[in-house]
Design a protein around this ligand. Structure first.
Ligand code: ADP
Ligand code: MG
Length: 702
C-alpha cells in the first residue's frame, strides 16, 4: 500500500485556515470583505474579548438562500469566479472561496442569512431566511428562520480546537487594536457606507455615511488629524503594455482595440512637519482593497525624499483605482499583496503625483505644531510591531519578539477615541493606527458546546442591549442624524479651507523685519509673523540649485590657490573611488597624492577650507554606510542628492551671522522660488508661522 493519503476535508480546511485566519482581525477582514462584496451599505461588528470569544458581523447585503448558505462553507465554493479567465480581472474583494470553510473549521459559527425578495413580484416565491450552526467544520443545525434581508455571522471561540494557534494570540487589547485598525481602513475606503464597531463595553467606531473621504477622516480621527493632511488627486492614461490579450484565434478582427483605460489616484498626504517613525501610517488601497506593497511604499518615500528626514515616514492615505486586469490580487492567501502589470508606470505615477502635490501646496508649518512634530518626539501611535494588516509576514513575529515593549508602547499612546467627535487628539499625535485601551478580562473561552450555544444564542435575541460607555454615547450613533452629518460636512470644509490658506506661496512678498540673535529672520506677512531659519533656508536654496546645475552639467567650480590635502583611511579610499566620478561632476577635482592622501585642486563655488574637508568626510561616511554595493547598483539619485545636500549644508550661510536687510530680502525671494521651501534637504523645517489668528487668540482678542 502506498504512503500517500488524501487529507480529510476537515484537516485540509484547518491547513487553509492557517493561511487565511491567524488572528481575530483576519476573521474580521474576511467577513467584512464578504459583506462589502454582497453590496452591503451598513456593516456592524461586535467583538468580545478582542475577538477570541466572539466576532459578530451583521450586514444588509444581498444575503443567501438556503442552498447557497450551505454551499458557502464548502471548500472553494464561491459566487465570485466561474472560470480561470475571471482571475484576470477580479473586481470583488474575495474570490478564493476559502474563508468561510477555513473559519468554520477552527471556530463555532452561526450564520443567519436572508436574500432580498425577488424583484418581480409576480414570482410567487416565498423568501425565507436560513439559520445554520457549524462547529469545527461540522454542520449541527440548519433551520428556516424569519430574518431581515442580509447576513449575520457569529464566530465564537476562535481556535477552540487548535490550541497551538490560540497560544499565539496576544493580549485582548492588542487583538482589538488590530480589529479596530482593520475596520478603520475599510471605513476609510468606503465613506458612503455605514460602519460600526463595538466591544462588549465600548462603541469604538461609529461612522454613518458621509459624502467625502475628508469627512470620513474627520469622523474617525478628528480635527487635528484632518488639519495635518492635504488632498491629492491625479489621473493618467494607461498604455497598452502588459494588458492580457486574447490569443489570436479568439480575437475578433472587427472589434476595435480595447481602451486600456486609466489609473486614478486620490487621497491624503501629510505636511512635512508631521513625521512618523515607521510606515504604519501609510495606507494603500488598490480598487478599495487594502494592501501592503513595497513598490508603492518606495514611491511614497521617494516623493518625500529631501523633504522629510530619510529615517522618518509620512502619513499617507492613497486610493488607487485601475482596471482590474492591471493588478493581480491572486498572489497572497490573505490577498494583502498584489502584483502590478506595469510596475514602473505605477511607481512613477504615484511618486510624481505626490511630489507635484507637495510642490504645489507648499504647506506652511505653524510654530506650535512644529514644536511637537519631530519624529523623535512623537512616537507612532501604534507600536511598530503592530502591522495594520493581519496575516502580513513579520507582523506577528515582531510582536512576539518583544511583547513587553509592545505593551509599554501601548500604554504610552493615547486611547483611541471612543467617542470620535469629542476629544480631539493632542497636537502632533495622529491616532491613525487606532488603538484601544480596553478593560482586559481574561480569556474565558467557553469549552462546552452547550454553554457556547447558550452564549451565542443570547446574542441573537432581539433587542439585546449593547452597553455603551456612558451618557456621552455618541451623538453619531443615531442613523442619519442630519444635524450631525451637516456638522461633519461644514467642519471638514472649514478645516480644508484653512489648510489651503496655510501655504508658503507668499514667501516672496514677506517683509523682513529683523534678525533674531543673528540666526533667525523675522518677517511679517498678511498671514502673520514668520520666523525663518537662515541657515536651512539658504541650504534649501543651494540644494535645489546644485541639483539643477548638475542636471545640465553646469556646476561652477573654483580652483583652490593651494591644493588641499586630505588623509583617508583605507576603507575611506575604497568608498572615495566609488563616488569619485559623481564628485567630479559636482565640481570637484581630486587626485590621489600617495596611498592615503588625496589632493583637492578644485571644489564647487562657495565651499572652502575646513567646511570643504568636513563635507568630503561626511559624504564618504554616508556612502560607506551603503556597504559595498557596486556603483551600478547604487542608487545614483541617492548619491546625487546626498552630495548636493552636503555641499549645500557646508556652504550655506551659518547661524550667528549678521545679515543686512537686502540680503535677508534676497534670501526670502530665493527661498520662495524653490520647490520645497517647507524643509531643508535633511527634513528640518525652514519657516514657521505664528498665524495672525493664533496671535489674536493668544492676546484674547478673539
Ligand atoms: P469568497 O469570498 O472568496 O467567495 P468565502 O468563503 O468568503 O469565499 O464566501 C463564500 C461565498 O459565500 C461567497 O462567494 C458568497 O457568495 C457567500 N457569502 C459569504 N458571505 C456573504 C455575505 N455576508 N452576504 C452574502 N453572501 C455571502
Ligand atoms: Mg470572502
Amino acid at each position: 500500500m502506498g504512503r500517500i493519503r488524501i487529507l480529510p476535508d476537515q484537516v485540509a480546511n484547518q491547513i487553509a485556515a492557517g493561511e487565511v485566519v491567524d488572528r481575530p482581525a483576519s476573521v474580521v477582514k474576511e467577513l467584512l470583505e464578504n459583506s462589502l462584496d454582497a453590496g452591503a451599505n451598513r456593516v456592524s461588528i461586535i467583538v468580545e474579548a478582542g475577538g477570541r470569544k466572539l466576532i459578530r458581523i451583521t450586514d444588509d447585503g444581498h444575503g443567501m438562500n438556503r442552498d447557497d448558505a450551505l454551499l458557502a462553507f464548502e471548500r472553494h465554493a464561491t459566487s465570485k469566479l466561474r472560470t480561470a479567465d475571471d482571475l484576470l480581472s477580479i473586481a470583488t474583494l474575495g474570490f478564493r472561496g476559502e474563508a468561510l470553510p477555513s473559519i468554520a473549521s477552527v471556530a463555532r459559527v452561526i450564520l443567519e442569512t436572508c436574500p432580498a425578495p425577488p424583484s418581480e413580484p409576480s414570482i410567487n416565491e416565498q423568501v425565507v431566511g436560513t439559520r445554520l450552526e457549524i462547529a469545527g467544520g461540522k454542520i449541527l443545525h440548519v433551520d428556516d428562520a424569519a430574518l431581515p434581508r442580509g447576513t449575520t455571522l457569529a464566530v465564537a471561540d476562535l481556535f477552540f480546537n487548535t490550541p497551538a494557534r490560540r497560544k499565539y494570540l496576544r493580549a485582548e487589547s492588542t487583538e482589538l487594536a488590530h480589529v479596530t485598525a482593520l475596520v478603520t481602513h475599510y471605513a476609510l475606503a468606503h465613506p458612503e457606507k455605514h460602519f460600526e464597531l463595538a466591544s462588549a463595553s465600548h462603541n469604538i467606531i461609529s461612522a454613518p455615511p458621509v459624502a467625502r473621504t475628508a469627512e470620513r477622516i474627520y469622523q474617525i480621527f478628528g480635527k487635528e488629524t484632518l488639519s495635518q493632511l492635504l488632498p491629492v488627486a491625479a489621473e493618467t492614461p494607461l498604455q497598452r503594455a502588459g494588458l492580457p490579450e486574447p490569443p489570436p484565434w479568439k480575437r475578433d478582427p472587427e472589434e476595435p482595440a480595447r481602451d486600456p483605460g486609466s489609473m486614478r489616484l486620490s487621497g491624503f498626504y501629510s505636511k512635512p512637519e508631521l513625521q512618523k517613525l515607521n510606515r504604519n501610517s501609510i495606507y494603500i488601497f488598490i480598487n478599495k482593497r487594502i494592501i501592503r506593497d513595497r513598490l508603492l511604499m518606495h514611491a511614497i518615500t521617494e516623493a518625500y525624499r529631501n523633504v522629510i528626514p530619510p529615517t522618518s515616514y509620512p502619513v499617507v492615505l492613497l486610493f488607487l483605482e485601475m482596471p482590474p486586469e492591471e493588478v493581480d490580487v491572486n498572489v497572497h492567501p490573505a490577498k494583502t499583496e498584489v502584483r502590478f502589470r506595469q510596475q514602473s508606470l505605477i511607481h512613477d505615477f504615484v511618486r510624481d503625483s505626490l511630489r507635484t502635490a507637495l510642490i504645489q501646496a507648499r504647506p506652511a508649518a505653524g510654530f506650535l505644531a512644529a514644536l511637537d512634530s519631530s519624529a523623535a518626539a512623537s512616537p507612532s501611535l501604534m507600536p511598530p510591531a503592530i502591522s495594520p494588516l493581519p496575516g502580513m509576514p513579520g507582523a506577528s513575529v515582531a510582536i512576539d519578539s518583544d511583547p513587553e515593549s509592545l505593551e509599554n508602547a501601548q500604554a504610552d499612546t493615547a486611547a483611541f477615541q471612543l467617542t470620535p467627535r469629542q476629544p480631539t487628539p493632542a497636537p502632533g499625535r495622529l491616532p491613525f493606527d487606532a488603538h484601544i485601551q480596553h478593560s482586559c478580562g481574561s480569556l474565558d473561552s467557553v469549552e462546552s458546546a452547550e454553554a457556547w450555544g447558550e452564549a451565542v444564542s443570547a446574542l441573537f435575541k432581539p433587542g439585546i442591549s449593547q452597553p455603551v460607555e456612558d451618557g456621552s454615547q455618541n451623538q453619531l450613533g443615531g442613523t442619519g442624524s442630519t444635524g450631525y452629518l451637516a456638522d461633519v460636512a461644514s467642519t471638514t470644509a472649514r478645516i480644508e479651507a484653512e489648510q489651503a490658506a496655510a501655504t508658503l506661496n507668499h514667501l516672496g512678498s514677506l517683509k523682513p523685519l529683523a534678525q533674531l540673535r543673528e540666526s533667525f529672520i523675522l518677517a511679517s506677512g498678511d498671514d502673520g509673523l514668520w520666523i525663518i531659519d537662515q541657515h536651512v533656508a539658504h541650504e534649501r536654496v543651494l540644494f535645489e540649485k546644485i541639483l539643477r546645475d548638475r542636471q545640465v552639467e553646469k556646476v561652477q567650480r573654483q580652483r583652490l590657490l593651494m591644493p588641499m590635502l586630505v588623509e583617508l583611511r583605507p576603507w575611506q579610499m575604497v568608498v572615495f573611488a566609488r563616488i569619485a566620478e559623481e564628485l567630479e561632476r559636482n565640481g570637484f577635482e581630486v587626485e590621489p597624492f600617495g596611498p592615503h592622501t588625496l589632493a583637492v585642486k578644485a571644489a564647487p563655488v562657495g565651499l572652502e577650507g575646513a567646511e570643504l574637508e568636513r563635507m568630503l568626510a561626511e559624504v564618504i561616511e554616508q556612502s560607506g554606510a551603503d556597504s559595498g554595493q557596486s556603483p551600478q547598483n547604487q542608487d545614483l539619485t541617492t548619491l546625487r542628492s546626498r552630495i548636493a545636500a552636503s555641499i549645500a549644508c557646508h556652504s550655506a550661510i551659518k547661524v550667528n551671522t549678521a545679515l543686512d536687510p537686502v540680503r535677508m530680502e534676497w534670501l526670502l525671494l530665493e527661498l520662495a522660488k524653490t520647490s520645497h521651501p517647507t524643509s531643508c534637504p535633511h527634513g528640518r523645517p525652514i519657516a514657521l508661522l505664528y498665524s495672525w489668528k493664533d496671535i489674536q487668540r493668544a492676546f484674547h482678542r478673539i
